[in-house]
Design a protein around this ligand. Structure first.
Ligand code: AMP
Length: 279
């Protein structure tokens, strides 16, 4: 596996392999876990060349403490990527990705304004800035994203449309710990007590799917919030039940189209997100 620190190293390494076939790309912020590994495995199975990036992108952090505390485990990340058959990893400095400040402002309409967009101002603009730059450096045929960041996938697809990019965005299922907690780099920041409480998030969402037979959408939202908030380690920031494409709230299970519940929960200083499919 080749480790590239600069854009020119990265472009050279990729151009040497382009004739072998499709280029698959997995962008990450590092502190890699089995969720990231599943994206690499899928990418490995579907492409001649696997490119990953490990870059903690400052422009997507609206909370500077979150950026400062974000876990960084570069050596372990490189080892995991190599063990999964990654060919090229891009591990750049901030200056390499942003030689000049990125002043672009994207407009994603409703999908950028609700849920994470409402609670993390500027977050998706930063995501679009970095992912569009990475796509420009790598020029992949396919890029792999996890459904844990459900809204992010909608944002990336919209960004590709706006920029006229034709690569395929591949959506990969959420990988969970044995107790149901969605794997996240931020889980390592939880205290043992917080870690013990966190599985309540997925447990509650899963139970709410079964309750949908008799509880309507409003009642379900209320119940989920109450269940989770009743644990004093957990505080729901938002829980919404939305159409999977428009991300607008739905008011009935009869809604035409697929329905997801999306949640953000504050666990001490750590903010966790998760989601579940209702239909
Ligand atoms: P991150 O390093 O958190 O920016 O995540 C990089 C990619 O891995 C994103 O596409 C995430 O959605 C994906 N990812 C993170 N956690 C998981 C998980 N538990 N299951 C599946 N994909 C994940």
């Amino acid at each position: 596996m080749k480790i590239c620190r600069t854009v020119s190293e990265l472009k050279n390494a990729i151009s040497e392999r382009r004739s072998l076939g499709s280029i698959g790309f997995v962008p990450t912020m590092g502190a890699l876990h089995a969720g990231h590994a599943s994206l690499i495995e899928r990418c490995r199975a579907e492409n001649a060349t696997v490119v990953a990036s490990v870059f903690v992108n400052p422009t997507q952090f609206n909370d500077k403490n979150d950026l400062k505390n974000y876990p960084r485990t570069e050596e372990a990340d490189a080892a995991l990527l190599e063990s999964k058959g990654c060919d090229i990893v891009f591990m750049p400095s901030v200056e390499e990705v942003y030689p000049e400040p990125d002043t672009r402002v994207f407009d994603f309409g409703t999908i950028g304004a609700v849920m994470e967009g409402a609670h993390r101002p500027g977050h998706f603009n930063g995501v679009a800035q970095v992912v569009s730059r990475l796509f420009d450096f790598v020029n992949p045929d396919k890029a792999y994203f996890g459904e844990k960041d459900f809204q992010q996938i909608a944002i990336i697809k919209s960004m590709c449309k706006q920029l006229g990019l034709t690569l395929e965005i591949v959506e990969c299922p959420i990988v969970r710990e044995a107790d149901g907690l969605a794997m996240s780099s931020r889980n390592t920041l939880l205290s043992p007590e917080q870690r013990a409480a966190a599985p309540v998030i997925h447990m509650t969402l899963a139970a709410s799917v079964a309750r949908k037979e008799w509880a309507d959408v409003e009642e379900t939202k209320k119940w989920v919030k109450e269940q989770i908030d009743s644990n004093n380690m957990l505080k729901v920031e938002y829980y919404d039940i939305v159409d999977s494409l428009t991300l607008c709230s739905v008011d009935s299970w009869e809604h035409d189209g697929s329905i997801y519940g999306c949640i953000a929960v504050q666990v001490g200083d750590v903010r966790l997100i998760d989601n579940i499919r209702y239909k």
